[in-house]
Design a protein around this ligand. Structure first.
Ligand code: PLP
Length: 453
């Protein structure tokens, strides 16, 4: 913040520093630099307490598919709140909103996904899926299948289970994680960073073999599930190498291991298809989803099940001892239903969106000629800009340079929200972004890169 910071902002900054602990924040730095207060948002722009407007290239936290201040969603929430401000889904009750949303999810998800269980956040959905996997194998008389195999570099959330499943080592030591029975397999399936000297296909085979080796080391009969994000998001926006998911799917089928797609970012149109698994053409047994399902207007998430795990749980004649008070909240479910209806009606996913997606992808790739950028990657409305100290050798910046932080601040100060993950800048704009706004985004990104170089 500059010396002209208003008294209102200064007041909030001091209150915040005194009383507020933030997610994923260095509180020492927060106290020194002062929090940035976001006070309003409309369309794809957010506004801070100094009246500064920024194009939100991240759709909040990868979630505001319809952007901000959509009146139809506001109305849907208000109507539902008037009709049925709250009711729960426990003990054989439901609400029209939750039931209709479950059916809609079953319709939109690929293949035979048929059963939906609601929660409130991505992490809760991940925790729930973890429990349902255990429940399933216990029910099937295979209680030895207790090992969960996930990927180094993946993010699956912040609760104890979800953080344990996340393959980001920085998330573990502060909290004595991960839990037992959770395994992370390297390399991260990111060809540019980890596959030097290999063709893309060769690198795919390295990544898949590492998973098979882990299955064999644990004994495949002891492995419950393989879990992955269709495209790794919060770890740095890393699309997998060619053929990766087809081979992982075949591997899981070979050993009778469940396949779980964490679609919290990739779901609901982010890849240009309804789900990332649809984009890559594989059939998960389990899907976790949140974020774009309600465009972030209300907290709601879901676990969706197909195949035998769906049948086994849905037909089991005993109480499933799991659930959350606010799961599938009527207001959140009403908003999610309206959100999906608008995405369908306005052609924000699939063929109707392809022209704008192609434009977004081609325009962000123009940044590849920038001296700081080693690689631009992306699909759908996802983009990743890899910054490197040396384009030829792909040498990374020394950590003291903190290139990501510097670039993020240069973006912020010049009207663009772009997130830094290590040395990568990541983009995940609202699905409603227009071509003119894509131009604005890319112009601002280039300017911020110029300031950072
Ligand atoms: N799974 C993935 C793939 C995510 O990206 C996230 C959040 O970014 C989560 C799970 C956790 O979601 P939440 O922050 O809503 O708990």
């Amino acid at each position: 913040m500059t010396t002209t910071t208003s008294n209102r902002t200064k007041f909030w900054q001091s209150q915040d520093a005194e009383h507020h602990l933030h997610p994923f924040t260095n509180h020492g730095q927060l106290r020194k630099k002062g929090v940035r207060m976001i006070t309003g948002a409309k369309g794809i722009y957010i506004t801070d307490s100094e009246g500064k407007q920024m194009l939100d290239g991240m759709a909040g936290l990868w979630c505001a598919q319809l952007g901000y201040g959509n009146e139809e969603l506001v109305e849907a929430a208000a109507t539902a709140m008037r009709e049925l401000s709250y009711y729960n889904l426990f003990f054989m009750t439901s609400t029209p909103y939750a039931t209709e949303l479950a059916a809609k999810i079953a319709e939109k998800t690929p293949g035979d996904i048929s059963q939906v269980h609601f929660a409130c956040s991505g992490s809760e959905a991940v925790d729930t899926a973890y429990k349902l996997v255990k429940y399933y194998w216990n029910m099937k008389g295979q209680p030895k299948r207790k090992h969960f195999v996930a990927r180094v570099g993946a993010y699956h959330g912040s609760t104890t289970v979800a953080a344990s499943l996340s393959g980001l080592s920085g998330m573990h030591p502060q909290f004595d994680l991960p839990l037992e029975g959770i395994h992370h397999v390297g390399p991260t399936p990111h060809w540019y960073a980890n596959g030097q000297g290999l063709s893309e296909e060769e690198f795919t085979d390295v990544c898949v073999k590492a998973v098979e080796d882990k299955f064999l080391e644990l004994g495949p009969e002891n492995v419950a599930v393989f879990l992955g994000e269709p495209v790794m998001g919060a770890g740095g926006m890393m699309p997998p190498p060619k053929g990766y998911w087809a081979k992982i799917e075949a591997l899981c089928r070979k050993y009778g291991i469940l396949l779980w797609a964490d679609e919290v970012i990739c779901g609901w149109g982010r890849t240009g298809k309804w789900f990332g698994s649809e984009y890559y053409g594989f059939q998960p047994d389990i899907m976790t989803m949140a974020k774009g399902m309600s465009s972030g207007y209300q907290p709601i998430s879901a676990v969706a099940l197909g195949g035998d795990i769906a049948d086994a749980i849905a037909s089991n004649d005993e109480e499933m001892a799991h659930g959350f008070t606010y799961a599938g909240h009527p207001v959140a479910a009403a908003v999610a239903l309206k959100n999906i209806e608008i995405m369908e009606r306005d052609g924000l996913v699939g063929d109707a969106a392809q022209d704008r997606i192609d434009y977004f992808q081609s325009q962000i790739r123009t940044l590849e000629d920038h001296p700081l950028i080693g690689q631009v990657r992306g699909l759908g409305f996802l983009g990743g800009l890899q910054m490197v100290a040396d384009k030829e050798t792909r040498k990374a910046f020394d950590s003291e340079v903190d290139i990501g932080y510097r670039c993020r601040e240069n973006c912020f100060n010049n009207g663009l929200v772009m997130r830094a993950v290590g040395d990568s800048m990541v983009l995940s704009p609202p699905l409603i972004i227009t071509k003119e706004q894509i131009d604005e985004l890319v112009t601002k990104a280039r300017y911020a890169l110029d300031l950072t170089a």
